[in-house]
Design a protein around this ligand. Structure first.
Ligand code: C5P
Length: 241
């Protein structure tokens, strides 16, 4: 079974395509989960909640132990502040950092990378937003138009990848081409609880559709056997690459 479209990221191993979201209340719980998952998982996402619960120290420890870290910090500030903060995260050795897809913000983050290999991912439009939310916030565009415009602006700014829902991947690949990373949450293996996600895809569907990395939280961290759940997802990804 082949992916519909080959991309620049085709050399990434199936294990490195799975990013487990450490959406846990504190570092103690997160460390226990990382220990339980062991070699099954090579890449972790740390978001705002855990970051403010001591997660940056954990991120440093995980990087030292050879894991890749995606810091989902969604920067958005004046260019100087974004640039200085990006330098700090790059120095830690994180692999991915998110920023909001505003042109100034994206250019500031990319411009601050220097010799760092860290990749900047842009969040186009939060998936909790619909057309009414955009109108209320003063935008004249509808969600798909704004997502498309921001994806083009991200590409022009030299952003390395986008965060998008799995169902947006195919259309977005058409807009940004093969050389941007597409990273998708909302992944549910067949039979897994959907929870609060509205539009979900299986790991194989998302990879076949052109996603490069899958962000998976609860289907791994709340599974009766998290390690087995992660290994099953990696095997499903391998079968779809
Ligand atoms: O537990 P679950 O697999 O739903 O976790 C998905 C992860 O991806 C969470 O960390 C969530 O915050 C994040 N995310 C998302 N949808 C977005 C952006 C990020 O689910 N549009």
């Amino acid at each position: 079974m082949q992916r519909d479209l080959q991309t620049m990221a085709d050399t990434i191993s199936p294990r490195d395509r799975l990013i487990v979201a450490l959406d846990l209340a504190n570092t103690k719980a997160a460390e226990a989960m990382v220990a339980e998952l062991g070699d099954a998982v090579s890449f972790y996402k740390i978001g705002l909640e855990l970051t403010y619960g001591g997660g940056l120290g954990l991120a440093r420890d995980l990087i030292k132990s050879g894991k890749q870290i995606f810091l989902d910090l969604k920067f958005h500030d004046i260019p100087n502040t974004v640039a200085r903060a990006t330098e700090q995260v790059a120095e830690m050795g994180a692999t991915f950092l998110t920023v909001h897809a505003f042109p100034q913000t994206m250019k500031a983050a990319v411009g601050a990378l220097g010799s760092s290999k860290m990749k900047i991912l842009a969040v186009t439009v939060m998936t909790s937003y619909d057309d009414d939310d955009l109108r209320e916030a003063g935008y004249a565009l509808r969600v798909p138009e704004l997502v498309g415009r921001r994806a083009q602006q991200a590409k022009a700014a030299g952003i390395h990848g986008l965060i998008l829902s799995a169902e947006e991947v195919k259309a977005m690949r058409g807009i940004v081409g093969p050389d941007m990373l597409l990273v998708t949450p909302g992944i549910r293996p067949a039979g897994a609880a959907i929870g609060d996600q509205k539009r979900v895809m299986t790991p194989a569907e998302a990879i076949k559709g052109g996603a490069d990395h899958l962000v998976v939280g609860r289907p791994v961290t709340q599974a009766p056997d998290p390690k087995a759940a992660a290994e099953a997802i990696v095997a499903e990804i391998a079968g779809a690459c």
